[in-house]
Ligand binder design. Sequence first.
Ligand code: ME8
Length: 516
Amino acid sequence: MSREKFYITTAISYPNGKPHIGHAYELLATDALARFQRLDGKDVFFLTGTDEHGIKMLQTAKKEGITPRELADRNAAEFRRMGQALNASNDDFIRTTEERHHASSQAIWKAMEANGDIYKGGYAGWYSVRDEAYYGEEETEVRADNVRYGPQGTPVEWVEEESYFFRLSAYQDKLLALYENQPDFVGPSERRNEVASFVKSGLKDLSISRTTFDWGIPVPGDEKHVMYVWVDALTNYITAAGYPDTQAPSWGYWPATHIIGKDIVRFHAVYWPAFLMSAGIELPKRVFAHGFLFNRGEKMSKSVGNVIDPFTMVDHYGLDQVRYFFLREVPFGQDGSYSHEAIVNRTNADLANDLGNLAQRSLSMIAKNCNGVVPQRGTLVEADTAILEQASAALAIARKAMSEQAIHQALAAIFTVVADANRYFAAQEPWALKKTDPARMETVLWTTAEVIRRVGILCQPYIPGSAEKLLDTLAVAADRRDFEHLTDVHALVPGTALPAPQPVFPRYIEQPEATA
Ligand code: ME8
């Protein structure tokens, strides 16, 4: 039987600068969602990449005195490097300047044209280069500085030129029906409501080509025009699945779940499904928008330097500390803030103290008192089975949460088990049992180690490197680490030799402020 397929994407980032913490956040959250489904037995395809065309790229390159291609090459390499630094498990990295993507973009254009949805006209209106977006005049305002701004707070400029249009107005009712009939198409629900009211307010046809520059994908049959960057950008998601070759095995992954930031919901939940309906392609499963991250830590920038840089942040706090902090601390879908104190408090409390100490204390007791092998499992009493069952039951809670992109809730459930396992360990006092009832001590240590095994398996999507170390310490075979191995059948076998326990989560220790 073939496994269920699961396709998940991040937005593709503009490589007009280096990756920042917002990009890192989106990638690692999507990575956790992808890893979860892989461990849950699905055949996963996880895509990320860079969005290399458009005026923003062209203008930045001009400012730097290089070609847009050079700018894209330089920064796309940084985005790839960020993926490695974050331990992202993406299966592909797409760059929109690749040949496969030109072919796919031209194919979807032709399909929309064949459906009668593309016509030539003249565009006159407002455009934000920073957002690469057209805005209606009623969405803009002139501020005190006499500059006109769009709804995202970026300056807009007047554009007037010959342009091809997409008949977006013809899709108003179909889009409203989509939001109505498939309420989980856009999440969180506040975003769906926003999108629905934007569509209800009336859709104008969309300008989808430009003639004043040539950094883009040529319009088929009219090379004077290049495609509007969002037409090609959105198409990346089907390019990577093999479009236009819908017979390719990779096409089996489509449709995808798109993870994006809240500022680009309109493109993904209005334009994209309209393009796909027009081209006769199945719609995405879901578009989920996460919130924005803000730096609220003054102290952080003093002591650490430029912490907006994800590389510095990982170097300073540790990779899994950064992953854990953002995934646990920020409810996925809402805005979040980060600060030095928040990162240190959260990771020291949950990782170093709760999980780290539990593992270290129980495993060093095993090393000392059980000859370094998995202890004997005597008769389990209710306290033992309760904590073991709680650990296994966390899977169902995490599974439901992850299916709704509630990443923080999944982690909360897993770390509730860790907190309860600490209480169990303290209440059972295995160190006291050593003299009074050594057999019972072994059972308590076995139970604790087995709970750590289960927690270690469950933690893999979020803190993969540390979870791997934890499972190595328990001598869990590499092919016994999927969620299907969370059951009693795969429990630790007494007598199995264990390596010497190594601390997995170092405590963050405050460095004295450097004096200038
Ligand atoms: O929008 N916090 O690219 P981009 C959280 N190329 N997320 C943030 C953020 C922040 N401070 N800043 C940006 C684009 N993001 C387009 C996408 S998809 C076909 C094309 C998120 O480099 C942002 O919301 O400006 C988006 O999802 C992603 O980073 C890339 O942003």
